[in-house]
Design a protein around this ligand. Structure first.
Ligand code: NAD
Ligand code: WQD
Length: 358
């Protein structure tokens, strides 16, 4: 249990108690650290379907190291967000000012093979969560959405005004549909404050190297694939296409350090404090890097080899995707602080210190 509140960073926010669904996962665990550093407290609900409770022990250890005089343990409930009674137990024990809702399945390829499981988990789970929240008078939610809702974007850089597009997989549709569900709920009941955060491509890890991304099986995403090649778990990286209309022919994305992404959630609490109603923000750096830019930076910064070969394009991929993050800067005072060198450094720091993950 939380033994004592601490506050080691000045913040404009009121101190809030936050329900963090999916808090044992990659982005959730990093967000817990930023929340506590800003003086907030949190309770985690996670069914551990794609995470390990060790991440929460390490979050507590990082917080203890930062403020040795204070003993923090984040309350944790192993509960599925589809389990109404389980959520009721959590709400019976805590008052929440807001929910940061990370819980969901996120593997694009798996979602094509198991669409029912993705719709049921992500949409069914969110509907149950939101219903329990409103019954307990908590009508503030920050939702993990994705740049995938823009489909093949109508403009680059992508602003929040850019129309949503056709998703290429069921995972992406769950995000797009849930944005609509939450928008409609807010519009029917203006007591709700809904913040939709559209993440670009999260990479990196906490600079301590103690928490990071822990994918099951063969990684889908570029950065964990690179780190697994670098550590010798996989022989080489397949670069999916070098004939895109980009400077070097490989796909361009807006990679964002997970610590920056995490701090974006703390900043987004300001929108809730201001009773924003519905607010949508891109969380990206505004800078696009190609696959080969990422590989070259990784090799240069970390001094390790990453063999690769060019493979065919991956179905569903687009050439270029990067954000215009000006709105989050203007309205939330948020901007990414870490660059590509810190992203590749911290990804490797995590992987090399934890070759088998947690
Ligand atoms: P993650 O898999 O590490 O974290 C998600 C957590 O949710 C896991 O700990 C998992 O056990 C938990 N979970 C899943 N279904 C649940 C359920 N029914 N009940 C309770 N817990 C459940 O993923 P992440 O990278 O930390 O992503 C967090 C959120 O951000 C997800 O919603 C994801 O779709 C979204 N997102 C991620 C990325 C990315 O590239 N990582 C990009 C855009 C959006
Ligand atoms: C990045 C670039 C690949 C792997 C996905 C989801 C999106 C969001 C973030 C959750 C692309 C190339 C990759 C590899 C490669 N997730 N690549 N070899 O596709 O931009 O976005 O993750 O919400 O919804 O679609 O990220 O990391 O898979 O790919 O060449 O082994 O790296 O082709 O150009 P993507 P990614």
């Amino acid at each position: 249990m939380l033994k004592k509140k601490h506050k080691n960073k000045p913040t404009a926010n009121e101190e809030m108690n936050i329900l963090v669904t999916g808090g044992a996962g990659f982005i959730g665990s990093h967000t817990l650290i930023e929340l506590y550093q800003a003086g907030h407290t949190a309770v985690v609900v996670d069914n551990l379907s794609n995470s390990n409770p060790e991440s929460l022990k390490r979050v507590a250890a990082i917080l203890r190291d930062q403020t040795p005089s204070i003993d923090i343990e984040v309350p944790f409930y192993q509960v599925d967000i589809r389990d109404r009674q389980g959520l009721e137990r959590v709400f019976a024990n805590h008052h929440f000012d807001a929910c940061i809702h990370f819980a969901g399945l996120k593997a694009v390829g798996e979602s094509v093979a198991k669409p029912w499981e993705y719709y049921e988990n992500n949409i069914g789970g969110t509907l149950t969560l939101v219903d329990v929240m409103r019954q307990h008078g908590c009508k503030n939610i920050i939702f993990s959405s994705s740049a995938t809702v823009y489909g093949d974007p109508a403009q680059i850089p992508i602003t929040e005004q850019c129309p949503k597009g056709q998703c290429t997989n069921p995972y992406g549709w769950t995000k797009s549909m849930l944005e609509q569900v939450l928008t409609d709920i807010q519009s029917a009941d203006p007591e709700w404050n809904v913040v939709l955060l559209r993440y670009f491509n999260p990479v990196g890890a906490h600079p301590s190297g103690r928490i990071g991304e822990n994918p099951n099986g063969i990684p889908n995403n570029l950065m964990p694939y690179i780190t697994q090649v670098a550590i010798g778990k996989r022989p080489e990286l397949g670069v999916f296409g070098n004939d895109y209309p980009t400077p070097d022919g490989t796909g361009v994305r807006d990679y964002i350090h997970v610590v920056d992404l995490a701090s974006g959630h703390v900043c987004a609490l300001q929108a809730i404090e201001r009773h924003c109603g519905l607010a949508i923000y891109n969380l990206g750096t505004g800078q696009g890097y190609s696959v080969l830019d990422m590989v070259k930076a990784f090799v240069r910064v970390n001094g390790v080899d990453v063999p690769y070969s060019i493979k065919p394009r991956r179905p569903g991929d687009i050439a270029t995707c990067y954000s215009d993050p000006a709105k989050a800067h203007a309205e939330l005072g948020w901007q990414a602080r870490y660059g590509i060198d810190e992203m590749v450094r911290d990804s490797w720091n995590w992987q090399s210190q934890n070759p088998e993950g947690y």
